[in-house]
Design a protein around this ligand. Structure first.
Ligand code: HEM
Length: 423
């Protein structure tokens, strides 16, 4: 008898398509049929992936630092991020970089970047049309890209920023589609041309530009995160070399740009359909309420659906003993919509986080343990400041009658229609 929990019996290709095309209904149907934990089989993976939603099981998973990564955590992005990316390394190599890269992302440092976010938002909002519908999601992507170029990469020259931003935008768009992801999975499984090869020239061009920025920051450091990374040292006293810094910059961009933009788009989609919440936000400078809105949005619309591990030792969950080598992930959507943790789980109610801060293992939009999102404090700061600043400058209303449905984009759950609004 398999030690793994049961799961859907459709062939992997069907399960994969259900996951890529209708992820929420796939997850909800698995929960209805199998409960707190179940096993799914995705195309291109040798073994099933066990999904969890119960906070105690998630705590047990994330508390063991020795677990490694499941294959294909970032199946599409790996060639772009590079071999020394923090997101992809494991064990001692991962930990050494984590120690070096954590201080620049420490919560207390984030105040330094608030003014940058305000400036970027102010400029962006000025370009919005008045009285006619436009898609907010791409506007939020423009904001988060510009914020990363300024606060993380420290590119101060506007012409350099525009060119690098344009090339990076093309690269990101090139990696985003569900059909490309499906193509990559197919080529891994059955061989054939790698759909990513066509992005290679673009990648090399970007590498050249990043190399120039790294050299500039070595010569003349600023307040940005790249300058801190250039000066940071491993425990043996060595700095990161340029090729590695390049990998980490691409990692921060890929991990931090789309995710935060999507988090903002979802937050607006929720807010605009809950006028009483919007009114309360608009009524004044209530920082605590703004934080609660961000927390509740990330609960109800988790941007990243999975943050898994491959077990380095056996894990006991929900009556199963999962053997070492098993791939296990929280199903973040399911963890966030448990009625035992969140009464009326599908209701958007920021008040639930006013008195009680989110519980560590029942609120996991940023994953957990030694691999928890490095940029969590940055992302929360950016969402909070951008949200406050936009609402201060514009009155928004939804351009369509119904709330956004969830589509997959890259490794994210994204609003299908781009969040159409009228300012
Ligand atoms: C709302 C926005 C964001 C969300 C929802 C998000 C979510 C996540 C998740 C789920 C993980 C995997 C955690 C795990 O496996 O336990 C992760 C990892 C990571 N994130 Fe974020 N993220 C966001 C923004 C950012 C930003 C702004 C940055 C940096 C500028 C960033 C940098 C990273 C890095 C470097 C990792 C890898 C950490 C490691 O493996 O040690 N993220 N993020």
């Amino acid at each position: 008898m398999s030690p793994l929990p049961p799961g859907p019996s459709e062939p992997p290709v069907v399960q994969t398509l259900r996951w890529l095309l209708r992820p929420i209904s796939f997850l909800e149907s698995c929960r209805r049929r199998f409960g707190d934990s179940f096993s799914v089989s995705f195309l291109g993976f040798q073994t099933p992936m066990v999904m969890l939603s119960d906070p105690e099981a998630i705590r047990a998973l994330y508390s063991v630092p020795g677990h490694t990564l499941p294959p294909g955590r970032t199946v599409v992005l790996q060639p772009i991020m590079g071999s020394r990316s923090l997101l992809l390394l494991e064990g001692r190599e991962h930990l050494a970089r984590r120690k070096l890269m954590l201080p620049p992302f420490h919560g207390a440092r984030m105040r330094a970047y608030e003014a940058t976010v305000r400036e970027v938002v102010a400029r962006e909002v000025d370009s919005w049309p008045a009285g006619e519908p436009f898609a907010l999601h791409p506007r939020m992507q423009a904001v988060t890209l510009e914020v990363i170029l300024r606060a993380v990469f420290g590119v101060s020259d506007p012409a350099h920023r525009a060119r690098l931003g344009e090339r990076l935008g093309a690269l990101l768009a090139g990696t985003a589609s569900a059909s490309l992801q499906f193509g990559v999975l197919l080529s891994r499984r059955f061989g054939g041309p790698d759909p990513l090869a066509k992005l290679e020239a673009l990648r090399q061009e970007i590498d050249g530009m990043l190399g120039a920025e790294i050299a500039a920051r070595r010569a003349d450091p600023g307040e940005d995160i790249l300058s801190l990374l250039v000066e940071a040292r491993f425990e043996d006293g060595d700095p990161m070399d340029d090729a590695e810094i390049r990998d980490q910059l691409m990692t921060l961009l890929l991990a931090g740009h789309e995710t935060t933009a999507t988090g903002l788009a979802w937050t607006f989609d929720l807010l605009l359909r809950h006028p009483h919440v919007l009114d309360r936000l608009g009524a004044g400078d209530d920082d605590a309420y703004l934080r609660a809105v961000v927390a509740e949005s990330l609960r109800l619309r988790p941007v990243v659906p999975l943050a898994g591990r491959r077990l380095s030792e056996e894990l006991r969950v929900n009556g199963h003993v999962l053997p070492p080598g098993t791939d296990v992930t929280p199903a973040i959507w399911l963890a966030h919509t448990r009625p035992d943790r969140y009464p009326e789980p599908y209701a958007f109610r920021p008040e639930r986080f006013l008195e009680d801060a989110p519980a560590t293992y029942a609120w996991i939009p940023f994953g957990g343990g030694v691999r928890r999102c490095l940029g969590a404090a940055f992302a929360e700061m950016e969402m909070r400041v951008a949200l406050g600043e936009i609402l201060r400058r514009r009155t928004l209303r939804p351009a369509s009658g119904s709330a956004e449905r969830v589509a997959r984009r890259n490794v994210t759950f994204s609003p299908r229609g781009g969040t159409m609004v009228i300012a």
